[in-house]
Ligand binder design. Sequence first.
Ligand SMILES: Cc1cc2nc3c(=O)[nH]c(=O)nc-3n(C[C@H](O)[C@H](O)[C@H](O)COP(=O)(O)OP(=O)(O)OC[C@H]3O[C@@H](n4cnc5c(N)ncnc54)[C@H](O)[C@@H]3O)c2cc1C
Length: 484
Amino acid sequence: MTTQKHRVVVIGSGFGGLFGTKALRRSDVEITMIAKTTHHLFQPLLYQVATGILSEGEIAPPTREVLSRQRNAKVLLGEVTDIDLEAQKVTSHVLGRETVTEYDSLIVAAGAGQSYFGNDHFAEHAPGMKNIDDALELRGRIFGAFELAEIGASRGEDVDHLLTFVVVGAGPTGVEMAGQIAELAHRTLRRDFRAINTQSARVVLVDAAPQVLPPFGAQLGAKAKKELEKLGVEVVLNAMVTSLDERGLDMKHKDGRTERLEAVTKIWAAGVQASPLGKLLADQTGAPLDRAGRIGVNPDLTLPGHPEVFVVGDMISLDHLPGVAQVAIQGAKYAAKEIDGRLKGKPAQAPFKYFDKGSMAIISRFRAVAMVGKVRLTGTVAWLMWLGVHLVYITGFKNRVTALLHWAVSFLGTGRSERTATEQQIFGRNALARLEGGASDLVSPPGEYDSSREEGQRREELEAVAAEEARLTDANERGVKVRA
Ligand SMILES: Cc1cc2nc3c(=O)[nH]c(=O)nc-3n(C[C@H](O)[C@H](O)[C@H](O)COP(=O)(O)OP(=O)(O)OC[C@H]3O[C@@H](n4cnc5c(N)ncnc54)[C@H](O)[C@@H]3O)c2cc1C
């Protein structure tokens, strides 16, 4: 006789999803992790993929590989489109294939996406920085802008709009992005072009707030602004982006002035919107949603009336917790411990309490700002701390070693190891968005592909080509023979 194990479904393979799954490795449960990407993404280093320092593989290892030794966990690719709390079922889809997975306990860690504050059309010309596609698209756009500027300048055209890079949003991502583009233009690329002087490139960081890095406080914000300006970044505060198009953007200053910036490359690093799964859960439970779509959870991270459902990370609104990796990691570990404890008949834990390990943002090589408790650090000390912390949290030994090598290339030397960019990276997202059903429009529905179609004829052709290739080699008939 077999008894079914307790089934845990985890939605998401980010910080919450992965750490929650790992925390259950010794529990007597069957875990199914469902995520819409096949990798675990280390979002804090996305900007380094976008600016050619790291490869995407270094910050996004396959979740399947990471969990390969965890026998009680399996990984399922799919975008969750429905959660039925009454029936305890999760429905997911990938390329027209539907899967329904039943659960006894559920951990929802679907994170957050970019918010354009109601101006979703800005996305076409100003990609956000939320996933690997975004980072690779931005890499292509940034390096591509220098290429187009070189062509334009060699024809005597004005290329200022190509050599102006605007980053919208002066939070950690915006600051890191602006700093890296400035280093790229002023240091890395300085010798690579003939018709343009990359050092004349303008990097503008725009924010509607009156300071840089507001969550770091006024003092560190002012320090970060000064460091950015030293790097050559123009910091424009109290300015709201009011419209944005292929060629540039318009801003409105606090004093009512309007200003146009001609810039082909724009990066959107302002605002987040929680996963739409938050609304789906709120509609079924009556839990509140805040303006960013985050769902209000009980102090033990469960949903009202559903103690078997935990929501963690960027999706939740609880005690003004910030949208940072540690909130997701600690929340997921808490949920896993509760699930395990219930199975062992242990009493419920005390409400979830977040332990703030500190925050940091890198500005350029050897320059960062950090906040640990009441301690404020700047400069090289903060940068070394940033280096250590990120090395510890990058998943996998192999990735740590290669990241370290790439950092040496970029920070000690002037190079960037990952400058490869393709046309598909730049235009793929917008091209897919024009298809009604997205990528599903490009593949046959399951069961509809007729493999016998044209197979006979193609097989004969391929066999003939292979036979001729082998005959040419065996008969020594390749190339021109020179008689002595
Ligand atoms: C550019 C950037 C830089 C950052 N820098 C820092 C930093 O320096 N320090 C810090 O602490 N935090 C940083 N953060 C924030 C941090 O990355 C997040 O707080 C953290 O990732 C949240 O974890 P999560 O598990 O809630 O969501 P995520 O890590 O975002 O994971 C969400 C997962 O859910 C999956 N998913 C989403 N929707 C669905 C669906 N419908 N079906 C199936 N799967 C789905 C996604 O594919 C993903 O696997 C940064 C974030 C960004 C974007």
